[in-house]
Design a protein around this ligand. Structure first.
Ligand code: AMP
Length: 423
């Protein structure tokens, strides 16, 4: 088969790495890819949201199967455009991607499908939103409706910060069109975890659980990022809780999407709050998480590609995936300054030493090559991922590899996995 992976981050490196190991693959391409992906696939200089360019490339290269990593091309209709040309693609249609692209849609879907989630109200008018918030009281959560790169959610401890969040979206229009509507919802207390399932429109195959680390600093301090680390499995998601997540959240969501003519195929990612009343949904995503994908791929023993094809073909029932029981842990190395201003262009050395451990894989996010040198070319740059028997060993192994990497312009959190160890 001739396969194309779309995207350029650590998630796509992990997908390309897993897919490149499939005996089904003759040629593997990635658009646009990065320096690490170039070791697994042939990178082509087409942007992930250049729908026309991607379709044209697939036609020209007679691509048999496309795997879409990020949400942006899904929401722009890449899968619809490819399927219209008879090119098979893994990922939801634009209509089904609304489960991620609109929090208001996702929340209303939860109400219709009786999926446990925080009670919510939708607002376009700032005065009405503030009046509701005043009557409700704090803590309370304010969310921009659309895709806001992880910056659209404010958990407000007091009324003043909730009002500021309303103004940021509805008055200052800080999220442009993505913030013309907001969702205001109850604050949920508990521990967070993520759960991933492959979905073929009707059936779901549970993948594995993960925990991610969104804040930039040790001890979960500082601003939110795309993700500074991850761990799988999540020790919080025991088998009975996973059963509840499938029964109460994943399967009802798939059935509701099907009923409403938005048949969902792809990865359904449930961000969860594990409360005293059981798991509750925080948000749905329509793709693998980044860096959760890196830890999932590290634990996957089976061939990924036939499972993705089965999800596309609607025959997931026939698929069984095997996972390492070991823990995978990923430490993200980012450019100093991230998630705010950061510099590109510094040199990274020592990667060979870091990967001399066969249980370590370094997934690239923002990297490029200049001559033979490896150059940092993004905010999140590397995902140093290790597999070992338990969290402590996986963490020691990952940080030993991190310490072999020479990159004075980079930083990472030093506590990935540590909170889970305390639980
Ligand atoms: P979301 O993008 O909806 O997953 O929200 C981002 C983050 O905000 C989550 O990972 C939680 O840490 C927090 N959050 C979102 N909704 C709530 C809620 N209802 N109660 C408490 N925290 C929340």
């Amino acid at each position: 088969m001739r396969v194309l992976v779309v995207g350029s981050g650590g998630r796509e490196h992990a997908l390309a790495w897993a897919i490149s190991a499939s005996p089904l693959v003759d040629r593997l391409f990635c658009a646009p890819g990065n320096a690490g992906i170039a070791e697994e696939a042939e990178c082509v200089a087409i942007g992930a949201t250049d729908i026309k360019g991607l379709v044209q490339f697939c036609r020209g290269e007679r691509i048999d199967f496309v795997v879409v990593g990020p949400e942006a091309p899904l929401v722009l209709g890449l899968v619809d455009a490819l399927e219209a040309e008879g090119i098979a693609a893994f990922g939801p249609s634009a209509a089904a991607s609304a489960i991620e692209a609109s929090k208001a849609f996702a929340k209303d879907l939860c109400v219709r499908a009786q999926i446990p989630t925080a009670a919510h109200r939708r607002f376009r008018d700032p005065a009405a939103a503030k009046a509701f918030i005043a009557s409700h009281g704090a803590p309370i959560v304010v969310k921009a409706d659309g895709l806001a790169a992880g910056k659209g959610v404010v958990v407000a401890d007091d009324l003043a910060s909730a009002y500021r969040a309303v103004d940021a979206a509805l008055v200052e229009r800080r999220f442009s069109a993505a913030g013309l509507e907001i969702v205001v919802e109850d604050f949920l207390a508990g521990e967070e975890a993520s759960f991933f399932a492959l979905v073929d429109g009707k059936d779901a195959l549970p993948l594995a659980s993960a925990q991610d680390y969104k804040r930039v600093g040790n001890g979960d301090l500082g601003p939110n990022t795309g993700g500074m680390g991850a761990l799988s499995p999540s020790p919080l998601l025991t088998a009975p809780v996973e059963g509840m997540v499938m029964e109460r959240i994943i399967l009802p969501a798939i059935a509701a999407m099907h009923r409403e003519g938005r048949v969902f195929k792809g990865v359904l990612y449930a961000g969860l709050m594990l409360t005293e009343a059981g798991p509750m949904l925080l948000e749905f995503n329509a793709r693998f998480g980044d860096p959760e994908c890196q830890v999932l791929m590290m634990r996957l023993m089976s061939d990924l590609l036939p499972a993705l094809i089965a999800a596309h073909d609607g025959v997931l029932k026939s698929v069984d995936l095997r996972w390492h029981a070991d823990t995978a842990l990923c430490v993200v190395m980012a450019a100093k300054g991230y998630p705010d201003e950061f510099q590109r262009g510094s040199e990274i050395r020592g990667l060979d030493a870091a990967t001399s451990d066969p249980k370590v894989k370094v997934f690239h996010a923002g990297t490029r090559r200049a001559d033979e040198r490896l150059i940092a070319d993004g905010g999140r740059v590397l995902g140093v991922t290790a597999l070992d028997r338990d969290i402590r060993r996986a963490s020691d192994r990952a940080y030993a590899a991190v310490d072999r990497i020479q990159w004075s312009e980079g930083f990472c959190r030093r506590d990935i996995g540590r909170r889970a160890l305390q639980n």
